[in-house]
Design a protein around this ligand. Structure first.
Ligand SMILES: [Zn+2]
Length: 160
């Protein structure tokens, strides 16, 4: 009878630094340009099934129809309603920065005024007792000269 052996799992911890550039594309690129230059948040709508996307997308992920083009985008927010949230109280390595997450850290799923679409972003409030589903929140942008055309041009959503 053959005896099963288990190979020892040898691991090594390391932090990889892999610089890369990701082309945002026409739709997300325009969305990010608007965040940087006008401080406006846009969504677009599928003409077939009515689904909204934020950031706007060229093709509906539900029915694969071409989404509405730039001239029909709708401005959403900066205020909205909190649909769900979580508060991280345990730090972990943030894969995009290589830094440990500063805790507590909260993330909300926000339904911005203007279109039925969910937008995930950081919340200013980190006390779970002060965060309520259904509460009103508002996007707080970096000063214009500090914006870099990325989603973190919105610093967080504050309670209003
Ligand atoms: Zn659709």
């Amino acid at each position: 009878m053959q005896q099963k052996t288990t190979d020892e799992l040898i691991t090594q911890e390391m932090l990889l630094k892999i610089p890369y550039r990701w082309a945002a594309g026409e739709y997300v690129g325009e969305f990010l340009r608007e965040l940087r230059h006008s401080g406006r948040i846009y969504a677009n709508k599928c003409p077939k099934c009515g689904r909204f996307r934020c950031p706007p997308a060229p093709v509906c992920s539900r029915c694969h129809t071409r989404m509405e083009e730039r001239e029909k985008w709708v401005e959403v927010g900066p205020r909205g309603t909190l649909l769900a949230f979580f508060v991280a109280e345990q730090s972990f390595l943030v894969p995009t920065t290589g830094d440990m997450l500063e805790i507590p850290f909260s993330v909300g799923v926000i339904w911005p005024d203007g279109a039925p679409v969910a937008l995930w972003h950081k919340l200013e409030e980190t006390n779970p007792d002060k965060i309520k589903v259904g509460m009103r929140v508002e996007a707080v942008f970096k000063p214009e000269e500090q914006r870099q055309a990325n989603i973190f041009d919105i610093l967080y959503f504050k309670t209003v």
